[in-house]
Write a protein that binds this ligand. Sequence first.
Ligand code: GLU
Length: 302
Amino acid sequence: MARMAPANSPYIGRFAPSPSGPLHFGSLVAALGSCLQARANAGQWHLRMEDLDSARCTPGMADAILHALERFGFEWDGAVLYQSRRLPAYRAALDQLQATGRVYGCACSRREIADSSVHGIEGAVYPGTCRHGVLPGRAVRAQRIRTDTTPICFEDALQGRVCQQLQTDLGDFVVLRADGIFAYQLAVVVDDAQLGVTEIVRGADLLASTPRQIYLQRLLGLPTPGYMHLPIVLNAQGQKLSKQTSAPALNPDAPLAQLRRAMGFLGHPVPGEVDTVDAFWTWAIGAWNRQQLPPAGQMASC
Ligand code: GLU
């Protein structure tokens, strides 16, 4: 496969869809941006299925996503990594965090947290109710990690410098959910390290998650990759395209038109003579220039 990277390539990127719904235009932008950034750096590009929350995963959706990506001409390196098959690795990471003494059981319900909290970056800031133990008679529901007030900052390649103070911006956050599922923040950190990812390119809807991920990387002794958060695609109502906002699924039968649109969104108008999916990829890998990406925060409706 001509587009694959040499096995010793220093750049490793990834795309990590959740099979809770079909790919939509926003997913295509993230897939394209991460893939082209990897290929333009002669890097590897891996695929990870974020299928930990089986109740939210639609049967057959993971295969449908892979099929759609193939129809769009994506080629990934190595085998697809399924999070549902990686539970021992997450358990080991949780054990390691527990050994630091920073993990504690929490008995609070969502309702209780919402009622007793100040508003932060992502809604209610966890007020630390169970930091010193759960009240007698209360059962532990989730496991949280203790945060502190040390600012966590990183330089995003597109969004610039981002800083958070986890304790005041979000509070102690969940690493093992009340339903026994490992939290996204933990799984993503373990998996990105396992794949050796050197730069994470994804939608800016995940920008606010990054300091939590860096915090976990530090506690687990894992390297922090580079980050580039792409502008979010909005619908006509100004909402982020997602399953919740009923974003239409990509049409795998008309890949070229959607690839052209996604590249346009990413600041790379596709020349008219690019008229097949293969020609698109050859052109796009050569044309990709990070400097052309829309400036931080710019949104486009579709
Ligand atoms: N699975 C996440 C999503 O579909 C992406 C996670 C990530 O890129 O870190 O939004």
